[in-house]
Design a protein around this ligand. Structure first.
Ligand code: GTP
Ligand code: MG
Length: 137
């Protein structure tokens, strides 16, 4: 499809970077389809990242992702999933290309400012984790 899902993570929200990051997203050609500010419980963070349940960083990740408000969004653009992952850069900001959102805003491999879905299938699942059908018009 032409949609992906993203979340501005707690570190970037706490730093006051919602506007700057959303501006970069829109300037890169993505249309914001759905957007809100919300807070995950540790349990709901665990559900969102269930695919990482066996990884050593899972507990830390769930604590971090429930440590403050986040801004989930559904975005639309041709080739959305791949182009968005290019825009955000590598998971570890130390390895992220210049000009990417993570290079500019991320603090560490964990507090890395933003999420981007890794497949069309997961984009749809993750979008529906936060937004009802009528919010995904
Ligand atoms: P997302 O877009 O957030 O899914 O990032 P990603 O696809 O680039 O990375 P991945 O799905 O492998 O990991 C999910 C998230 O777990 C990352 O974005 C980080 O916040 C966190 N994470 C990944 N690797 C590590 C690690 O080695 N240590 C810690 N503490 N956190 C990690
Ligand atoms: Mg991922």
């Amino acid at each position: 499809t032409n949609r992906t899902f993203t979340m501005i993570k707690p570190d970037a929200v706490a730093d006051g970077n919602i506007g700057a990051i959303t501006k970069m997203i829109e300037e890169a050609g993505f249309e914001v389809i759905a957007l809100k500010k919300t807070l995950l419980t540790k349990e709901r963070a665990g559900q969102f990242y269930a695919v990482h349940a066996e990884r050593p960083f899972y507990a830390d990740l769930c604590n971090y992702m429930s440590s403050g408000p986040i801004v989930p969004m559904i975005l639309e653009k041709e080739n959305a999933v791949a182009d968005f992952r290019t825009l955000i850069g590598a998971t570890n900001p130390a390895n992220a290309d210049e000009g990417t959102i993570r290079k500019i805003f991320a603090k560490s491999i964990e507090a890395n400012a933003i999420h981007g879905s890794d497949s069309d299938e997961n984009a749809a699942i993750e979008g529906s984790f936060f937004f009802s059908g009528t919010e995904q018009f």
